[in-house]
Design a protein around this ligand. Structure first.
Ligand code: ADP
Ligand code: ADP
Ligand code: ZN
Length: 225
């Protein structure tokens, strides 16, 4: 799709801020896929690939998988046919090194980051959301036992797959470690996009629908060649 309009939208926000939930809605709205590094790593774990085996220990500790591995995985994903018009990046880039790698990757394709969205949510609300989060084992759709329950308990509305609770959502120590890493490593990345005038900050404590409306309003006119 060289020369045609492409959108590369980055979603920022701490764990539990609603990135995955919103990315799913945005991919339907804009016709570009959600590319979630956490989901890609979990797929590799499930399929027991070399990449999955390598990432496992980091994921269990709530630490970042090394950048070279992560960047290569993202490059491969963004090269696939369904991502030729762009993507909604969820969980990537998570540090400045990854942000620079993404810039280089896109520049190599004659593209660039079109917009970054920062979904802001208080820590108390993040903990409520993460402890009640449930994920579909088949399609990775996310639910919440109270805030966004499936129609039938423990069954995915989208695909009928079984819902489960991620191990790293069960362990409060792991949750805190992930939030801490997020503060240390990802806030500087958010600033990196703010300084380039690409950042929109959205209040993430409204309903899923309201947050979605605010994000769509922020990005609708930002497509660039
Ligand atoms: P969370 O946002 O709740 O930490 P994710 O689903 O985004 O969960 O990621 C799960 C795990 O996958 C992370 O704890 C980390 O080990 C790994 N991971 C995800 N994205 C990245 C990334 N951009 N760089 C390095 N590791 C990542
Ligand atoms: P992230 O991808 O940023 O970690 P998720 O999209 O997985 O976040 O959302 C975390 C949890 O919070 C999920 O259980 C989800 O159903 C719930 N959730 C998402 N957005 C909202 C919202 N606006 N209000 C209440 N709960 C929400
Ligand atoms: Zn499903």
């Amino acid at each position: 799709m060289k020369g045609e309009a492409r959108r590369y939208i980055i979603l920022f926000g701490a764990q539990g801020s609603g990135k995955g939930t919103q990315a799913r809605l945005l991919q339907d709205r804009f016709g570009i896929p959600q590319v979630a590094t956490g989901d890609l790593f979990r797929d590799n774990l499930k399929e027991q690939t070399d990449l999955g085996r390598m990432a496992k220990a980091y994921m269990e500790r709530g630490e970042l998988v090394p950048d070279e591995v992560t960047n290569a995985m993202v490059q491969e994903r963004l090269s696939r046919p369904d991502a030729q018009a762009g993507a909604i990046l969820d969980g990537y880039p998570r540090n400045l090194n990854q942000a620079r790698a993404l810039d280089e990757m896109l520049a190599g394709w004659g593209a660039q980051v079109t917009q970054a969205i920062y979904i802001e949510v208080s820590e108390a609300e993040l903990l409520r959301r993460l402890t009640g989060r449930r994920v579909c084992r088949e399609c990775q759709a996310t639910y919440h036992v109270v805030f966004n329950p499936p129609q039938q308990e423990a069954v995915c509305d989208r695909c009928g797959g079984p819902l489960y609770q991620r191990d790293d959502d069960k362990d409060e120590a792991a949750i805190r470690r992930r939030l801490e890493i997020y503060m240390q490593e990802t806030l500087p990345v958010i600033d990196y996009y703010r300084q380039r005038g690409l950042l929109s900050t959205i209040d993430g404590e409204a309903s899923i629908e309201e947050v979605n409306r605010a994000i769509v309003a922020a990005i609708v006119d930002r497509r660039t060649p």
